[in-house]
Ligand binder design. Sequence first.
Ligand code: BES
Ligand code: ZN
Length: 584
Amino acid sequence: MARLDPHSYNDDTQPETETLDWKARVDFRTRRLHAEATLTLKEASAGPLDLDTRDLDIRSVVDGQGHPLPFQVSPPEPILGSRLRIQLPSGVKQLTVRYRTSPEASALQWLTPSQTAGGQHPFLYSQCQAIHARSVVPLQDTPRLRIRYRATLQVPKALKAVMAASFVRREEHGVEAEEHYEMPQPVPPYLLAFAVGSLAMRTLGPRSRVWAEPELLEDATEEFSGVDEMLRAAESLFGPYDWERFDLLTMPPSFPYGGMENPRLTFLTPTLIAGDKSLVNVVAHELAHSWTGNLVTNASAEHFWLNEGFTVFAERRILEALAGPEVAALHAALGRRSLDEAMNHFRAHPQLTALRTHLDGVDPDEAFSQVPYEKGYLLLRAMEDAAGREAFDGFLRRYLDTYRFRALTTEEFITFTEKELPGVLAKVNAEAYLDQPGVPAHAPSPRSKRLEALEALKGKVPTAEVVKDWTPTEWQLFLEGMPQGTSRDVFRQLDERFHLTDSRNSEVLVTWLVAAVRAGWEPALARAEAFLGEVGRMKYLKPLYGVLGASREHRARARSLFQQYSERYHPIARQGVELILSRS
Ligand code: BES
Ligand code: ZN
């Protein structure tokens, strides 16, 4: 017996699931899904079958003929959840589990009408990456295994259910509607995703629509109108798009991530709607996952950099193609800053700053950081520089081709690269990226005219003339580069001149608020506090609660704000903030 993924009970000597048929009734009153999951195995076999579950209330397990099968739910482990062991008599190829989810299911957020833009209808959505699918469906919850699925969601008739899958049909019966979806391509379980709410859509291009609450639809349509051009740019870099449609779903503000690459339906935070398309690099990122991540997948969270490092690299190639090398370099510079911060954050856990990690007994949500993203990006950039762009592009195409619809480990990446780009790994000292902590001394560093201009302004208050062509990324770089100990008076002057506290760009706003609160510039506090009540994106909650919690003056306030607002956050975000506040 071998358990190849530290975050799953899956045992590779047991049969693998081929398809899932999933039927769930969404009950907003009790905050439960009443569900039935039918797993069809690749081959009939006898003996134990271990599935991952978390907080599921298992009612029954039957075989394809409806005969009960013996099963046992083990006591929950804090990270893995409970093993559901089903005893298969010989010849069983199909089994059905009847169960209901818990109101505390870690993948689900149930929103009251008041937590939505429209205020009239409740909302429900899922976020399964990394290991939360098991709180929604009992399955082999490891990215090593892929499933095809069919799903039916039963929802109140006033609501629309969308899924990261292909729409089949909607039927209405009495007060309920049944929405049928199908995912014909095999996907890892963490890509199972759905949302239910008052949702409307607009067409963005031949392969794309945007979904949003009606109140947000117009702004979302405007912000994301460039998506088809992006799709074509990505195809010319990475080959044909394999998922038919690339639709977007604008999430409620409590969505804990910037974006989530659910296939055919990327989930996006509404904080991307800045009014000027300045944050669409997140869309480029999620689109890039259609190749790196969704086609070629990390075998476990220990190899997460294969998903995210490649995707950041691909995201910046898309940006370069659409907006030019200067813009891509500015993003790389921001990335480098966030990497340095992550290194500092993990100084007590240097082993989490290597790309290849060992996560036995470690929750992937807690290991999450910018390291796999930005250190992974640097490794791929170094390889591109060493091999030359043309050779590296050929390598990328062959990599995508070889591993499409499969999962791989860092070891397999090394073997493949040695064969395809002999000598390159040694030349860039890949070992220092893959297995050693910190940022390698000779890592590539972004260069550009605009970056040099920013460097020269460090610590100064620029004139309106100087900043008139700045992109929000330049603002962010400027603000992040303000030296420690910058006086409050500088913050006051900056705000007077540039109204940063009123910025509509969430990245600029949060960078500004964090720096200003850290410097003790009081007027930023009220906006920071209000923002914590509006938005549940972890990228913002963590630094804001972090900077409040780190100051003796504001610590108590941070705790009481969290108490007041935690109900509004997704369970994953809640857990993340709790950790930060408990350490401060
Ligand atoms: N797949 C991630 C989000 C994620 C990671 C969810 C790990 C759960 C566990 C997504 O593609 C992502 O990286 N989003 C970033 C976007 C950014 C890098 C452009 C985010 O949310 O900030
Ligand atoms: Zn990503």
